[in-house]
Design a protein around this ligand. Structure first.
Ligand code: CP
Length: 322
């Protein structure tokens, strides 16, 4: 593949390959000196048309640790605000001869559209409610690390038979969509839990088991991944009070007790503490891997930038020739 637009384009072997490549960057990032010159001389543009803390910073750090020149374009401070179209913006970035472009956009499909207009690899940093592939890859890596630490996990993907409950605003979540695909490819059983208004149609066709009651969704789960209510994508149509939402769908200590004893708690961030997750659960040592997810994000993004720029660097990609 030239681009990374979604987990849907990857087979299990390719997902495993990215995770394996990311492991070397987890080790590098834990060294005092974290620098590699693998991408020296290359230019990476992070074009973010929607707000971000984790994804933008970790792509920037990833590119810099690999020795690339990294430039960030924030749409709010760009000529997008003067009415420039997405296509014209893409052609402008292309003319600057970037070697990779990382895009976050509010519209599903915008990343694919840009990928069709530019000459370099394009990486999806989250497009609308469609996909957030690097998030799913980093979630899988963090989960595998925690399972290994607990002496659990089996199969090539280390997730065989592991039950993961993804709970919250499934309808608007690109994180849920990418995770359902990625976790299942690695052997996990995926449950999804949301209020009826926030459960997309066709979720069963993706292989995930739908629930509308948190207690049932969490019952016996190995991992619980909480998601934020994406109010910005709801046009005011489903805005319950935070107290009401917490009561029915929040991850509280009492609710978490229904999961396995060594349950793993995950959240992609940003969290709304006291709404979808209580602080004592989010911060619980040994149970919450939320900050580990952030750490794995840098390593996964280094692996993705490394793999997708191999053609430009004359190196075999996606496991070819290894
Ligand atoms: N998880 C995630 O995508 O966070 P940001 O929106 O802060 O990048």
């Amino acid at each position: 593949h030239r681009d990374l637009t979604g987990i849907a384009q990857l087979d299990t072997h390719e997902i495993l390959y990215v995770l394996e490549q990311a492991e070397q960057y987890v080790r590098l990032n834990r060294q005092p000196s974290k620098h590699s010159d693998a991408l020296s001389g290359l230019t990476i543009i992070n074009a973010f048309f929607e707000n971000s803390t984790r994804t933008l910073l970790s792509f920037e750090i990833a590119g810099k640790r690999l020795g690339a020149d990294v430039v960030n374009m924030h749409a709010a401070q760009s000529s997008v605000k003067k009415g420039e179209t997405l296509i014209d913006t893409a052609l402008t970035l292309n003319a600057m001869r970037a070697d990779a472009i990382v895009i976050r956009h509010v519209s599903s499909g915008a990343v694919q559209l840009i990928a069709e207009k530019v000459a370099c690899p394009v990486l999806n940093a989250g497009d609308g409610s469609h996909e957030h592939p690097t998030q799913a890859l980093l979630d899988a890596l963090a989960l595998r690390h925690k399972l290994a630490e607990q002496g659990r996990g089996s199969g090539d993907g280390m997730l065989n038979g592991i039950t993961v409950a993804i709970c919250g605003d499934i309808r608007h979540s690109r994180v849920a969509r990418s995770n359902i695909l990625c976790l299942q490819a690695l052997g996990a059983i995926v449950r999804v839990c949301a209020p009826p208004a926030l459960m997309p149609e066709g979720i069963s066709q993706m292989g995930a088991e739908p629930f509308h009651a948190m207690d049932a969704a969490i019952d016996g789960a190995d991992a619980v991944m909480m998601l934020r209510l994406q109010n910005e994508r709801m046009d005011g149509q489903f805005i319950p009070s935070p107290r009401e939402y917490r009561h029915l769908f929040g991850l509280t200590d009492a609710r978490l007790a229904r999961a396995k004893d060594d349950v793993i708690v995950m959240h992609p961030g940003p969290m709304n503490r006291g709404v979808e997750i209580d602080s004592d659960v989010a911060d619980r040592p040994g149970t919450s891997i939320i900050t580990d997810q952030v750490e794995m994000g840098v390593a996964v993004r280094m692996a993705c930038l490394d793999i997708l720029t191999r053609k430009a660097r004359g190196v075999a990609g996606w496991g070819e020739g290894e």
